[in-house]
Design a protein. Structure first.
Length: 183
């Protein structure tokens, strides 16, 4: 069975990416894993996180009770959109998302990653690359949905091998290019 990892930051492009990932999982009867990285006021430490998935407020030490509440919040956000789809998992993740995402891919926990487009100022945390640069260099399949509409897809080289299963309309996708060097 294939496992699609959908990574959410609760943006408009994430909604588009979720819809695409869910439709792909339905069509092929694949597992869909909704991943969310806990936000922390600290770059490398994750023993203190914000107490809301969508807002950066009220940081608290991580406790089993807090993790349970945040996972429930994640489930409650996406459950209504799943209808009868049951091949779903939810994963709260810690640490820098790019490092942890590569770890999940290396361990074969995910086969394909789908993310909504993130503006460079939205996704860069100290030590992480701009999303398109990260995806370009990632040796695992990744699809970025957006930035302007839900039928716009950017694929890294590894995702191009999935074209038959993706069934993307002609002209709706492009390969991710390396970023232009800074001057």
């Amino acid at each position: 069975m294939k496992n699609i990892g959908f990574c959410t930051h609760f943006t408009q492009t994430d909604n588009w990416a979720f819809n695409f990932a869910l439709e792909l999982a339905r069509r092929h009867e694949w597992q869909l894993t909704v991943c969310h990285w806990l936000n922390s006021p600290y770059n490398l430490r994750r023993d203190v996180v914000y107490t809301s998935l969508q807002e950066r407020a009220d940081p608290q030490p991580v406790t089993p009770q807090l993790l349970t509440r945040l996972e429930l919040e994640l489930r409650q956000y996406y459950d209504p959109r799943l209808a009868d789809f049951t091949q779903i998992a939810f994963k709260l993740c810690e640490g820098m998302y790019q490092v942890e995402l590569v770890r999940c891919l290396r361990q074969n926990l995910l086969d394909l990653v789908v993310m909504g487009y993130q503006k460079p100022e939205e996704d860069v945390v100290s030590g992480e690359q701009v999303l398109e640069d990260f995806a370009f260099h990632l040796p695992y399949p990744m699809i970025i949905v957006g930035p302007d509409h839900p039928d716009q897809f950017m694929l890294n080289q590894a995702a191009q091998k999935w074209m038959d299963a993706l069934e993307l309309p002609e002209g709706s996708w492009r390969l991710i290019e390396p970023a232009a060097p800074a001057l």
